[in-house]
Design a protein. Structure first.
Length: 318
């Protein structure tokens, strides 16, 4: 991404006052959709994470974990070869239809809250609130559809490569588990004595069960019937380096434990964790004449500017 991409983004820094606003004044706000996935907004908990971006009819995620390793130090191929797939697990697309996120003359707002590590994408009559829980490897998608004529919500999970890819002694396999109401996907990497497995479990946290449709060999879709109101989708993940461990069973346990706590319960423990984090790590400055506060605001604006040295170094890398 080059600096001109950022310059074309309608980005602002959200400001607020008071103790709780000390962090939120640096929230990242878009009043128009981004044009590239790299310009999305990141959420995560240090193990599981994703970038959040949109296209005119959908919200997009690519789920990663920091313990997914396609190869190890004994990999026989080139270090940057096709078998080194990094930490990706799957692409997730939330189809909402109706050109909801087209931007332009339509109302659009995407905001990353630094205080709570939460991302909200909202239009005049539809919003998606998402976060990766700080204390559990689950991503929560809270969809509130208030359209006069709501459409079905389709949550598609796609493999990152064909079901089986063999590169020398390295084998990458990916598959789905048959389940009429939950979307479960696994992937496995093997090379000599190296093993790494990971899995996703996607389902509704409450209400009527959704249905799963086999979209293609590399994609499954969780279909939520058209309905006004709030629906909550939970995406759990797990990974292991043990050859004989059932990661599918582990990810199911993570999912079931998460929905047993309720979405409000997950959100509360998530926010408690972040409140504790900021109380230990955030530095606030003040002075009687207000000079310290003004300098703090100027420093925040400088860091957000595409002309800042650090920003240029990061953004000019393709």
């Amino acid at each position: 991404m080059c600096s001109s991409d950022l310059e074309n983004l309608p980005v602002s820094v959200a400001h607020s006052a008071g103790p709780r606003g000390r962090v939120s004044r640096s929230n990242l706000v878009y009043d128009q959709p981004t044009s590239r996935p790299e310009a999305g907004q990141p959420i995560g908990n240090g193990r599981m994470g994703t970038m959040v971006w949109t296209s005119p009819e959908a919200l997009h995620l690519q789920i990663h974990r920091n313990d997914v390793f396609a190869v190890n130090r004994d990999h026989a191929g080139p270090r940057d070869g096709t078998a080194d797939y990094c930490g990706g697990i799957a692409r997730v697309t939330v189809h909402v239809g109706s050109q909801c996120f087209a931007g332009g003359d339509r109302k659009f707002r995407q905001e990353l809250s630094l205080e709570n590590a939460e991302c909200v994408v909202a239009t005049a009559d539809l919003s998606i609130h998402t976060f990766v829980c700080a204390v559990a490897d689950v991503l929560v998608l809270e969809i509130d559809d208030q359209r006069a004529s709501p459409e079905a919500i389709q949550v598609s999970v796609a493999m990152l490569r064909p079901p089986e890819v063999i590169t020398g002694e390295h084998t990458a396999t990916t598959g789905f588990v048959d389940d009429p109401n939950h979307l479960v996907m696994w992937q496995r990497f093997r090379e000599r004595d190296h093993h790494n497995t990971s899995a996703l479990h996607v389902g509704l946290a409450e209400g009527e069960p959704a249905s799963v449709e086999p979209t293609s060999d590399t994609m499954r879709t969780l279909v939520l019937p058209a309905s006004r109101g709030r629906r909550v989708v939970v995406i759990a993940s797990a990974a292991s380096r043990e050859a004989d461990e059932s990661t599918v069973g582990e990810v199911r346990r993570v999912y079931e434990h998460a929905i047993s706590r309720s979405v409000d319960g997950l959100r509360e423990v998530h926010r408690q964790w972040w409140r504790s984090f900021w109380s230990r790590t955030f530095v606030d400055v003040s002075s009687d004449d207000g000079a310290a506060e003004r300098r703090s605001e100027e420093h925040t604006s400088e860091l957000q500017s595409p002309d800042h040295l650090v920003c240029r170094l990061l953004l000019e890398k393709k």
